[in-house]
Structures are given as C-alpha cells and as structure tokens.
Write a protein that binds this ligand. Structure first.
Ligand code: SF4
Length: 217
C-alpha cells in the first residue's frame, strides 16, 4: 500500500474511533500508578473483569508497595488466587514491591528500562503503564491489537511479533491519535473484532478494513 493510502487509512480509522469514543481508557480499576501497575501485571492471560474483582478487595487492604510486603506472600495469594498464573504473579508482585522500595523510593518510574527490570513486567506491561499512568504517546500491543491491526491493514499482515506490529503502529499513527490508539484498538478487539468471529455487521470500521474487503463476514 502506498504511503499516501496508508496515511489516509490511519486518519480515517482513528477519526472514526475517536468520534465514536472521544475519551477511551482502560477497563482496569485503579486509583494510583502503583495500583495500575499491579492490575496490569495481573491482567496477563486474564480478563479485566477478573482482575477488578480481585484488586477491589486487595487494594482496600493494601495499595502501596510496603503494605503489600507487610501482607506477605500467602495473604497476597488469598486475594488473587482466582486469577490465572496467580502463583507466579504473586511472587513477581512481591519482588516488584521490594524493588520499587529499594530502587525507586516506592514510586512507579516513568522509564521503559526501569519498568522492564521489575519482576513480571515486560514491554507490553511497561508500555500500558507509561501510556495510561503518564500519558505517554505509546502503543502497547496485546493479543487484541495484534489481531485487529493486521485485519484492518494498519500493520503488515505477515508481522509475526507484537513488536513488529507496535513499530508499524508507532511509525504510521498520526501524533494526535497516539495517546488513545491503544485503548481504541483494544476495546475494538474485545467487543467487535473478536478473535473467532468478528462482528463485522456492527463494525464502524468496515469501510477501512482489508479483512472485510477481502471476505465480508
Ligand atoms: S470489519 Fe470485521 S474484521 Fe474488519 S475491523 Fe471490523 S469486525 Fe474486524
């Protein structure tokens, strides 16, 4: 696709998403950067609904690194055991709380490298935290965005990794849409452009979608 055509597609897709939802945000419930970090860390291979259910109870008791350390591993597990991979995640959370206290004065850093050094925090989690907590124009690519961006044709169809899709999106998304692009695409993937059966009949992006143009679903 030519650069001009691709630019037009990006502008059209994000203008449509913006008109439909001018102020998108995460569906995770949080009231501080630390709560957001823990919620995102727990959300890997889980749903936001399941995470919110657990963290509502947990954060009412402990919502700072020191309070989670005071709670201890076993007590922490009792709050998050309904979430997939809770054993590994609980260990990561304890280590992350230790590191935040020892290396960052108990504060979540707005630094990609520092975030990725925390236990259980990879590129995607760090990107989500920096975008949502610090309003950085960064696009985290999860499984929904990986699928949606390739179906629509915002990213190359043969991209094999989330990083490849992220780089396509960052390179081509106009500045004014970068802050919200992650939330728009994730919500679109979660509710409309679902993995098994996309709801093309309800989709506001049909006119701009390569998948739909090739085989209207
Ligand atoms: S038209 Fe269908 S495949 Fe394309 S973005 Fe919409 S739901 Fe997804």
């Amino acid at each position: 696709m030519s650069k001009i055509k691709l630019n037009k597609k990006y502008i059209s897709v994000f203008t449509t998403l913006q008109n439909n939802n001018p102020s998108p945000t995460t569906e995770l419930i949080f009231s501080s950067n630390f709560e957001l970090l823990i919620a995102v860390l727990l959300s890997a291979q889980s749903t936001d609904i399941a995470v919110n259910k657990a963290t509502t109870q947990l954060f009412a008791i402990a919502n700072t690194p020191q309070q989670i350390l005071d709670l201890g591993l076993d007590e922490l597990i009792s709050y998050i055991k309904s979430i997939g991979l809770y054993k590994t995640k609980s260990k990561h959370i304890i280590q992350t709380c230790k590191d935040l206290i020892e290396k960052h004065a108990g504060i979540v850093p707005n630094c990609q490298k520092s975030l990725e050094k925390l236990a259980g925090v990879g590129r995607k989690t760090a990107n989500v935290v920096r975008n949502t907590a610090f309003a950085e124009p960064i696009i985290a690519v999860d499984t929904h965005i990986f699928r949606v961006a390739k179906r629509i044709g915002l990213a190359k169809k043969n991209s094999l990794t989330p990083l490849a899709v992220e780089l396509d999106l960052i390179k081509n998304t106009p500045e004014e849409f970068k802050l919200n692009a992650h939330h728009w695409l994730i919500l679109h993937g979660r509710y409309i452009c679902k993995a098994r059966k996309p709801s093309c009949e309800l989709c506001i992006l049909k006119q701009n979608c390569d998948y739909y143009a090739a085989a209207p679903c």
